[in-house]
Design a protein around this ligand. Sequence first.
Ligand SMILES: *Cc1c(COP(=O)(O)O)cnc(C)c1O
Length: 219
Amino acid sequence: MTSDTDKHDISEARNRIIAEIGDDTVLVAASKRQPADRINAALKSGHRVFGENRVQEAQERWATRRESISDLELRLIGPLQTNKAEDAVQLFDVIETLDREKMLRALIKAVEKTASPPPGLLIQVNTGNEPQKGGVTVQGLEELLSQARETWPGEILGLMCIPPAEEPAGPHFALLKKLADQYALPQISMGMSSDYALAARLGATHVRVGTALFGARDS
Ligand SMILES: *Cc1c(COP(=O)(O)O)cnc(C)c1O
């Protein structure tokens, strides 16, 4: 089956996005619910950094592909249930969505049990204080960060946020940048298809882009 990949040129979109965000920002291809031909097109264009939302979908997509691509970087950008921690530490190079102590403990146990190299961690910050959204509150960040720095056997790399859909993203991006600087954290993951250029201008080191890169997702 052919999709509309023919109309939407992934390589061209990738070049355009990379030109817009500049050399200091990494494009993370948010590949959730994208068909295999588009993933393959992104790989063929040279793309190597992918963000996945769900552990199981990521396993299905990457378990075999990964064996032939040594420089692949897989980042978990969706919420993690503690019962998936062992699978997650074995598959992902980076987990962007640490947001509670229970998850930190589950990840530590998972690394010990599986003897996997510990993924780098980002803490997701709920900058809009939305009850339904993942992420630690701004007030809770300091404590979770110090617990993570004391106990995680790998690196604590940075902060990630998903601003409220109905608000301008700029103030949320500026806040995340300020927090990352305050705590001397090198990675700042923010910005999606609608606002990655703004995020890059406001200090994102990583933007997570799905539809603007691949085209519309399968529903
Ligand atoms: C889906 C998703 C993205 C990408 O969304 P687009 O609007 O398609 O660019 C980025 N970050 C997270 C956490 C996502 O779930």
